[in-house]
Design a binder for this molecule. Structure first.
Ligand code: SF4
Length: 489
């Protein structure tokens, strides 16, 4: 990162130091300036010279970088079966229960590449995102405004890679045509020149018909001499994954570019669904972030017989069900390299203030426990040729359940004003349709004209321990294997 502080302070609040970092909470990696005093974040601004954020930070970035850092709900300290213990006692418990044991790590968005590297040395790494062995983009974000045709397939930057939306808007302003094919109308669709509202099964059929040389999309891609096709990352964690890998290949064959929008992992790791199938073989489960919220009641019962450790910024579901809970250091308090996201790599944030007492960087603590001296290197997932053959058969379902949230992510529900963006967990259905599921009875149902027929959306960003509304954690209603879009047949 070669940005320097601005000549004049952007903050009018009293501060004694400033520091530049990069937000790792999506793959836009907006640069920011933290103004601090007495080791507290007093103010934070997007860096005006950053070519991606251009002086802005989105709500998610501000929440994670300032709101949660200063939150009164912040978890500090070390807990054994919910009772406070000293750091020395913590080290003893961890040595006793982790060294020589088979450990599964669940790394959520709160985990850094440094955490990933240490976890990979002492256990198996599982992530709550699709893991892919192909390039996640063939055109850099900054080149998006040059394209004349953008086709979005269930991609919504506003809910994931927020600042990427700017580059789409710049392309439209410069005359690009935008076509949106999605299961719910979102901000991107509102700007589109043409729209199709389709559930997952219909979407696969539509693309199979039109994303070919003699199909409507194929003709457009050729007429516009290429173009950019955006794919929502969640599509690669659905039963239709093989189809979308095949469509990526078709896009390239037609001379167009693609980019995966959303949370995705290209480094060696396994998807969390594999952990559910192999729980028996592990002695200990370690979560960085709120990873235990993905487990069903039966799996939690099994885990209760093993050793469990959670690092979290707040006393969330994972902290409450683990044997050992540890306060987690947040981005301004630690050097943090990102290892998730498809649009940019190499996002690194400097340590701007010291960690509060009782908050730890997981990789440093685990290195101390296991006496690890070096981090090693990130390894890409095995490069897999994209699915060459057209998959056989279509997917039939009476209903497609989308486990996708809105503007507020799980940790955002611990912030007063961000929780207000999505104050209740809702099940959103198309107009005129009904859906019953005993596990979801307590969740408010809302009908909307903006949802594709045969689809239903439910946010997985809630858990039973959030302070303002006791929602239901995803593990209690999501099916197995773990998909972000599930078929009910
Ligand atoms: S757009 Fe992404 S990188 Fe930028 S502030 Fe928001 S979450 Fe952070």
């Amino acid at each position: 990162m070669d940005l320097r502080p601005t000549g004049h302070s952007l903050s009018t609040k009293s501060h004694s130091s400033q520091c530049i970092g990069s937000c790792p909470y999506c793959s836009c990696g907006c640069s920011f300036i933290v103004y601090s005093e007495n080791n507290l974040v007093k103010d934070i601004y997007g860096h005006p010279a950053d070519s991606v954020g251009m002086g802005s930070l989105c709500t998610k970035g501000l929440t994670y970088l300032q709101e949660i850092v200063n939150s009164e709900f912040r978890l500090r300290g070390y807990y054994l079966n919910k009772e406070p213990i000293s750091r020395q006692e913590l080290l003893r418990v961890l040595r006793e229960n982790l060294i020589g044991k088979k450990i599964a790590f669940i790394l959520t968005k709160q985990a850094s590449a440094e955490d990933y590297l240490v976890a990979s040395q002492i256990g198996e790494v599982f992530v709550d995102a699709p893991v892919v062995g192909f390039k996640t983009r063939t055109l850099d974000l900054k080149d998006w405004p040059r394209v004349k045709l953008i086709i979005s397939i269930d991609a919504e930057p506003t809910l994931s890679d927020v600042m990427a939306m700017r580059f789409v808007v710049d392309a439209i302003e410069a005359g690009a045509k935008l076509i949106c094919i999605s299961a719910r109308y979102e901000s991107l669709c509102a700007k589109a020149h043409e729209r199709e509202l389709l559930n997952l099964g219909e979407m696969v059929r539509f693309l199979q018909r039109h994303l070919r040389l003699d199909g409507e999309i194929g003709k457009l891609l050729r007429a516009f001499r290429g173009g950019l096709v955006l794919f929502g990352a969640h599509l690669f964690l659905t039963p239709a994954r093989a189809w979308f890998e095949y469509f990526l290949k078709k896009v390239r064959e037609m001379g167009a570019n693609y980019a995966i929008v959303g949370d995705i992992v290209r480094f060696e790791a396994r998807e969390i669904g594999e952990l559910f199938l192999n729980l028996e073989k592990f002695d200990a489960i370690v979560s960085i972030g709120n990873g235990f919220r993905y487990f069903s009641d039966e799996e939690l019962e099994l885990i209760s017989k093993k050793f469990s450790l959670s690092f979290s910024a707040v006393p969330d579901f994972s902290i409450n069900v683990s044997n050992v809970g540890v306060g987690l250091s947040l981005v301004p308090e630690r050097g943090f390299s990102a290892f998730r996201g498809g649009l940019r790599e190499g996002i690194y944030s400097n340590r701007c203030i010291a960690s509060p007492s009782g908050c730890e960087e997981p990789w440093r603590l685990l290195s101390e426990v296991f006496e690890i001296k070096s981090l090693g290197e990130l390894k890409l997932q095995d490069a897999k040729a994209l699915n060459k053959e057209e998959p056989k058969g279509f997917l039939e379902a009476k209903r497609w359940i989308y486990y996708l949230g809105g503007l507020c992510e799980e940790l955002g529900h611990w912030g007063y004003w961000t929780h207000g963006l999505e104050p209740t967990q809702r099940l959103i259905l198309p107009k005129g349709e009904s859906f019953t599921n005993p596990k979801l009875e307590s969740i408010e149902k809302v009908h909307s004209a903006n949802i594709a027929k045969g689809a239903v959306f439910i946010s997985p960003e809630f858990d039973e321990y959030q302070p303002f509304f006791a929602g239901i954690r995803p593990g209690s209603f999501q099916g197995r294997p773990f998909y972000l879009v599930e078929a009910l047949t």
